[in-house]
Design a protein around this ligand. Sequence first.
Ligand code: AMP
Length: 207
Amino acid sequence: MKIIIVGAPGSGKGTQAVNIVKKYNLAHISTGDIFRENIANKTPIGLEVQKIIDGGNLCPDSLTIELVRERLSRPDCANGFLLDGFPRNVEQAKALDSFASPDKLVELDIDFKKIEHRITGRRCCKNCSESFHIDNIGDIKQCPSCGGELFIRKDDTAETIKTRLDVYVRQTLPVIDYYEKQGKNVLINADQSVEKVFEDIVKALDK
Ligand code: AMP
């Protein structure tokens, strides 16, 4: 199974991605996580993209496409994969289609008015990359799943959200249209509990 998950920042994409890969035994490829790892390790790629990411803009297509192409060629992707955060624009979608055309695109639909609250309360784990909301876990410092250290993403600020949403509308929504034309889209109401959203995703994928 080759799946793409798409949603505005704060739609619960990362959380649902973790659930999906566990259920279907897929490789989880999050381009945001790959970039954040490079930034934490101060690699040349990390140094190149740090400012772009902190500002809420997209990293260069050529670099991102190459990272994904290389990642998808690894053996753990042979059983299928879930792309979380890629493709972010039509250029990337066309490139993906040339080396690993997806079976389905799962779109998480969320009211934009709810996004600021979701993002400013987000805590991410340095170890397992899972993310949580302080409404659910309180203001704790350790990951409830693995015990790793929780952190606040530098791009999870009220100021950056505006840019990220703008980028989403201008660049990523056309990706949804692009796959809709191929009849691959699955629309999910993300304004429900994590469990209900996951249930809806499973129903749609198993159809
Ligand atoms: P995410 O964790 O998916 O929200 O991604 C965090 C940031 O990483 C984005 O705001 C972009 O700056 C960068 N990024 C992640 N995926 C991509 C992509 N496919 N193309 C370009 N930039 C990306």
